[in-house]
Design a binder for this molecule. Structure first.
Ligand code: ADP
Ligand code: MG
Length: 263
């Protein structure tokens, strides 16, 4: 079954886009068919996959307004091994343009359904807000991956996101789950980060992924070359961690499928 995951956290700069492009590249590397959807008008996941957002004729904006299908608007990120449904600044207007439309929060879900069988994973990079765009992401997904830095206010920030996910689950998408929390930009030398990491595990148990993504400058450099770190420098510690994360994801999904077959 196709796994559709949102990468979300209402904070900016926490590593959502880095996680989306590198998980996509990592999954592609281990043989998975991946569609990346950029739901952020900044278009960083698009550019970070080597797709020039300014050159795109059609984007996720057209898909949301139902003037294009995913099949028409997606492009291949050749070097990365996955498909991209890109975004650019135009997407910022979608929010307003959709306000009076019917099923406005389920547009993306309907569009994905038409191509879903062509992919093992659909990864949706969400903007840093709980907007109609993010809502479209959450309504489309089976689960949410939450990248987070192990900082003092990390747990507090989670409360809003968890509440939103609960509300979407109750009202719009009964399938939606928190798949897990991913510790990113981790520096084990910082005692506070270790402490927050331990707290996260106490609170959330096996909802915390085993893989930890270290702070690694190669991951930060990669976007300026239009590549995920995993492709730009596969031997970098951060890149290896993302490939490990992709493998962890595949194993989790297989386990979950086994359970549901037995049930
Ligand atoms: P978001 O999408 O949540 O706004 P980004 O993925 O764009 O966050 O990350 C914010 C900044 O942090 C970017 O400049 C990115 O290159 C950098 N960054 C993300 N993850 C790492 C990491 N593991 N190590 C070093 N820098 C990172
Ligand atoms: Mg981003």
């Amino acid at each position: 079954m196709t796994q559709i995951f949102c990468i979300a956290n209402q904070k900016g700069g926490v590593g959502k886009t880095t996680t989306t492009v590198n998980l996509a590249a990592g999954l592609a590397k281990v043989g998975q068919r991946v569609l990346l959807i950029d739901l952020d008008p900044q278009g960083n996941a698009t550019m970070g996959s080597g797709v020039d957002k300014r050159q795109l004729k059609q984007t996720v904006y057209d898909v949301l307004l139902e003037t294009a299908t995913v099949e028409q608007a997606r492009v291949r990120a050749e070097k990365c091994g996955y498909d991209v449904l890109g975004a650019n600044r135009e997407l910022a207007g979608a929010e307003v343009e959709l306000v009076d439309e019917e099923r406005r929060e389920k547009r993306l879900k309907a569009a994905i359904a038409a191509v879903q069988s062509q992919y093992d994973f659909v990864l949706i990079d969400c903007p840093p807000s709980l907007s109609l765009l993010t809502l479209n992401g959450l309504c489309s997904a089976h689960g949410v991956i939450v990248p987070m830095q192990c900082e003092y206010f990390a747990l507090e920030g989670l409360t809003d996101l968890v509440n939103t996910i609960k509300q979407v689950h109750a009202n719009l998408n009964r399938e939606l789950l928190i798949i897990g929390l991913l510790r990113v930009m981790f520096d084990p030398r910082i005692t506070l980060q270790q402490q927050v990491s331990d707290q996260l595990k106490d609170h959330f148990g096996d909802k915390v992924f085993d893989t930890v993504i270290p702070r690694n400058v190669r991951l930060a450099e990669a976007p300026s070359y239009g590549l995920p770190g995993v492709v730009f420098d596969p031997s970098a510690k951060g890149s290896q961690a993302f490939v490990d994360f992709a493998k962890e994801m595949v194993v989790r999904v297989q386990k979950a499928e086994k359970v549901s077959v037995q049930a």
